[in-house]
Design a protein around this ligand. Structure first.
Ligand code: SAM
Length: 283
């Protein structure tokens, strides 16, 4: 479904929204592409969508045109606010703009969520804070979390780390955090040329849905700790890389049924979960 607003290039010209590097601005101006991204986010009817960095509003318009009941968007660049206000007017006030830094936002509060609505996050994230925000959403203490899905644009290489499987170079902390209590996939590849201005690297859209954890008794902080130690020295054997934990590393590995000579990247996500659980038992 198309909206009746002017093309994005015209909006950028009218409001003088030349992309600024300091804000991580690479805009998507093709509304067919933003429409596809909005569809990856799922059935948006009855969904309230949280968007970081709407910029001139390409993805925002697509989310609204695809039926989101409300979009709450946080934008740090005040130059974009008048352009976004036009979208609010064109879509019956279903768009609410928050002027500020996404790192400071308490999303459920900002979105005025209640139990009846499905909350989703969809964003072409600014590269400088993208991974930070993703980790914030993956490491919420309350699980399942307040959102039903994340549809996010990352640099291709970061997206590959998120979905990576064991025994690959890309497999690491981000893969384990994203996979121990969620399903995640690369839903779309987006070439650098699709952005204005084009960044140096290609990008990809990941779609993430939270699930029950592999083991509900495992503490997130324990998992984060063992994963950090194991991958902190990823070329070393685990008996060495886990040495700085306040438990006997050899005993820990034996109890978790993991070879002491194994390296972090050979462990499955379930192995890490087991390691975290055993760690807690040994403390
Ligand atoms: N959504 C637009 C699109 O797809 O064309 C713009 C995406 S651009 C990659 C990232 C946007 O995030 C920019 O509009 C930028 O001003 C905004 N931004 C950067 N850092 C931010 C932050 N910390 N909080 C909120 N918005 C931020």
């Amino acid at each position: 479904m198309n909206d009746t607003l002017p093309p994005l290039r015209e909006i950028i010209r009218k409001h003088d929204l030349r992309a600024k590097k300091s804000f991580g601005q690479n805009f998507l101006l093709d509304l067919n592409l933003t429409g596809k991204i909005a569809r990856v986010a799922g059935n948006l009817d009855d969904s309230v969508v949280y968007e970081v960095g709407p910029g001139p509003g390409g993805l925002t318009r697509a989310l609204l045109a695809n039926g989101a009941s409300r979009v709450v968007a946080v934008e740090m660049d005040e130059r974009c606010l008048p352009a976004l206000e036009e979208i609010t007017n064109a879509f019956d006030n279903r768009l609410e703009i928050i002027s500020g830094n996404a790192l400071d936002i308490n999303e459920p509060e900002a979105m005025k969520l209640n139990a009846q609505v499905t909350a989703r996050i969809a964003s072409n994230l600014p590269y400088n804070v993208g991974t930070l925000l993703f980790i914030k959403w993956l490491t919420l203490e309350t699980w399942k979390p307040w959102y039903s899905s994340l549809t996010l644009m990352f640099q291709k290489e970061v997206a590959e780390r998120i979905v990576a499987k064991p025994n690959t170079k890309a497999y690491g902390r981000l893969s384990v955090l994203a996979q121990w209590r969620g399903n995640v996939r690369i839903a779309m590849h987006v070439p650098a040329a699709a952005f204005t201005p084009p960044p140096k690297v290609d990008s990809a859209i990941i779609h993430y849905e939270p699930t029950e954890p592999i083991d509900p008794d495992v503490k997130l902080s324990d998992l984060e700790l063992v994963v950090e130690k194991a991958f902190g020295q990823r070329r070393k054997m685990l008996r060495a890389s886990l040495k700085s934990l306040p438990v006997d590393a050899l005993k820990l590995l034996a109890m978790a049924d993991i070879k002491e000579t194994a390296r972090a990247e050979t462990l499955s996500v379930a192995d890490f979960v087991k390691l975290a659980k055993t760690y807690r038992q040994l403390l």
